[in-house]
Design a protein around this ligand. Structure first.
Ligand code: NAD
Length: 257
């Protein structure tokens, strides 16, 4: 599955799933554009390292995706955009009644509206090139719900709906749009929660992972960033040309329950 000659823009890719997806796309030969809201030396070094490791062109472009204008500018600054991976996302856990309205707005902006803005900016570029792949990183929470995650669950269901509309508007072109729905993935964000959970439940690391974090994940194993990245590579391949407007769960059986 060579993606040589394609340019992929991955939002929110200086850590976790976004970085894993960027690495797998680069491994498959794509040039990559990394992104986050920071502009540190280490962000640019991350891109340099990927470029060196996989022999592709890799750049880092800062854009704060809570702003629609910055989201659109990320795409236009990149120049080429054959593959767009909308991955940037944040979380906040609190009951609806006390959920801060500003936090609701921020989650909807970063997790949902940014995908609308990047897609709107990317489609003319993909149409001009006659080919495109849009991969939205939704979540098991794009298909199911959990209490106290109202904004996140609403945004992720929105991403799944937006993916379907994107697919219908591009159905007769060589452009596809799909959503990957991961269950729990062991990213630095999730790893950091384990020591606190061990203390709170007075449990071993293994028991916290199995009985607390992976309570709803029947496999009792985390998905990995490489598995999410590999799924994205498949969706970008010619084998997936007729796969559009759908979701692929990578959740160890969560949504089969
Ligand atoms: P993470 O915190 O490691 O990564 C989030 C990325 O988004 C980071 O690169 C961060 O810098 C970036 N980001 C945050 N705010 C931004 C902003 N305003 N502008 C630009 N970039 C911004 O978390 P992750 O676990 O890798 O999550 C990545 C995506 O995967 C998210 O959309 C998340 O909802 C989704 N997801 C994660 C899991 C999981 O278990 N880790 C499960 C399902 C879905």
């Amino acid at each position: 599955m060579s993606l040589k000659g394609k340019t992929a823009i991955i939002t929110g890719s200086n850590s976790g799933i976004g970085l894993g997806v960027a690495r797998e796309l680069a491994k498959a030969g794509a040039d990559v554009v990394l992104n986050s809201f920071t502009d540190r030396d280490e962000d640019h070094k991350l891109a340099e390292e990927i470029g060196r490791e996989f022999g592709v062109t890799a750049r880092y472009i800062k854009a704060d995706l809570s702003s629609g204008e910055e989201a659109r500018a990320l795409i236009t600054k990149s120049g080429k955009c054959d593959i767009l991976v909308n991955n940037a996302g944040i979380q906040h856990v609190e009951p609806i009644e006390t959920f801060p309205p500003a936090t609701w707005d921020r989650i909807i902006a970063i997790n949902l509206s940014s995908a609308f803005h990047t897609t709107a900016a990317a489609l003319p570029i993909m149409r001009a090139a006659g080919w495109g792949r849009i991969v939205n990183i939704a979540s098991a929470h794009g298909l199911t719900a959990s209490p106290f995650k109202s904004a996140y669950v609403a945004a992720k269901h929105g991403v799944v709906g937006f993916t379907k509309v994107t697919a219908l508007e591009t159905a007769q072109e060589k452009i596809t749009a799909n959503a990957i729905c991961p269950g729990y993935v062991l990213t630095p964000l999730v790893e950091a929660q384990i020591p606190d959970q061990m203390k709170a439940h007075n449990m071993s690391r293994e028991d916290v992972i199995k009985n607390v974090m992976l309570d709803r994940q029947p496999s009792k194993e985390f998905a990995t960033v490489e598995e999410i990245g590999g799924t994205a590579v498949f969706l970008c391949s010619d084998y997936a040309a007729q796969i559009t407007g759908t979701t692929i769960s990578v959740d160890g059986g969560w949504t089969a329950l």
